[in-house]
Design a protein around this ligand. Structure first.
Ligand code: G3I
Length: 328
């Protein structure tokens, strides 16, 4: 019961771990560990929040136009609700893991707005009242703070963001609406870009509640605690909350004691920064169990980014996180 308990003592609303429906886990062949995995995920008290890593994405929820499927997302969401976990819901409008039909046609502006409208009202409507927060728009920015090219931006310009947040607020007025992206954990052009999105929505009178800092970091080159505090404060100063939404700290294999110490410091810096800035409200690690991480499939030669090894012993970084929470 350590992580969530100490997070709450540090003033956070929750400490959680994202998880997936068994059919979507990165590595097959791990069925034998599910009981032990589920015990830590749902029974140990370490976590009190979760996010489905895949099942609520467009590819799964609206694979064909107007054909909705909530099966994968419900596997995680219904367990989370039954356990009274805080549920973050992820993600409504994103260029990746998008159903192929969305990019297969050159839509007019009005057609694409209807598509966005129908997707949000149906998907968000399905989980209405059950999500603490929704990632309404995910990863709309390039590293230099300009907008990323996507079917949404290329067709509608930045209005796609305004429209998505507007429809989201009408659909579930009680859900916190987030803009979510990676590389927002230290000051720079991308943080300025995300701040610009927050201000754009606020100036237009459109509801936005939070910015999600995905926090996919590396052990070798993680930012300092002061850089994290600076970036987080950029958003809280605008009057929105911040959450660490997909935290992991990957390393180059093989792991050495020196690298594991750097990984621990990386976790400690960012969790400590969140605990120290009022307005940074919670931390989600992107799964807790190394074999189910997205990292090895994406970055050749890198891995072990989470807090529990394959044999369910804990990384040194687990104690780094605890120390950050206890010292806050
Ligand atoms: O759907 C198939 C399934 O049928 C099959 O059994 C399984 C076997 O491995 O593969 C499944 O597809 C995979 C899917 O995850 C579900 O596991 C894809 O190949 C794989 O590419 C996909 O990766 C996900 C990735 O988003 C896609 O961009 C990761 O699990 C997920 O953790 C990751 O999460 C993203 C956040 O949503 C946004 N921020 C970045 C983060 C990391 O990429």
């Amino acid at each position: 019961a350590e992580l969530d308990k100490w997070a709450k003592k540090a003033g956070l609303k929750y400490f959680g771990a994202a998880t997936d429906s068994p059919g979507q886990r990165e590595r097959a062949g791990y069925e034998a560990v599910y009981p032990q995995y589920d015990e830590i995920m749902w029974e140990s008290g370490e976590f009190h929040q979760t996010t489905p890593t895949n099942g609520m994405k467009w590819l799964f929820t609206e694979p064909q136009r107007g054909v909705y499927n909530f099966t994968e997302g419900e596997i995680v969401a219904s367990r989370a609700n039954a356990e009274r976990y805080v549920l973050r819901c992820h993600a409504l409008v994103w260029h990746s893991q998008l159903a192929p039909w969305v990019t297969a046609t050159n839509w007019t502006k009005d057609e694409l707005k209807t598509i966005i409208h129908d997707h949000i009202t149906n998907v968000m409507g399905h989980w209405k009242g059950r999500c603490y927060a929704w990632d309404v728009v995910n990863e709309a920015l390039n590293e230099d703070g300009t907008y990323r090219s996507s079917v949404f931006y290329d067709t509608l310009g930045e209005d796609f963001i305004k429209y998505a947040f507007q429809v989201a607020h009408e659909t579930d007025p009680n859900a916190k609406l987030y803009y979510n992206d990676y590389n927002l954990e230290y000051p720079g052009a991308k943080v300025s870009g995300a701040a610009r999105i927050v201000s754009m929505l606020q100036n237009a009178g459109i509801h936005i509640d939070g910015v999600g800092l995905q926090s996919h970091l590396t052990a070798e080159g993680h930012p300092t605690i002061d850089q994290h505090i600076d970036a987080i404060s950029t958003f809280t100063r605008l009057g929105v909350e911040v959450a660490l939404t997909e935290l992991d700290v990957r390393l180059t294999l093989p792991a050495t004691p020196a690298l594991l110490a750097k990984q621990s410091q990386g976790y400690k810096n960012i969790v400590g920064a969140c605990a120290q800035v009022k307005g940074c409200i919670g931390v989600t690690i992107w799964d807790f169990y190394d074999p189910f991480s997205w990292v090895p499939a994406t970055f050749a030669g890198q891995g072990l980014p989470l807090l529990w090894y394959a044999n369910f012993t804990k990384h040194p970084a687990y104690y780094g996180v605890l120390a950050a929470l206890k010292n806050a």
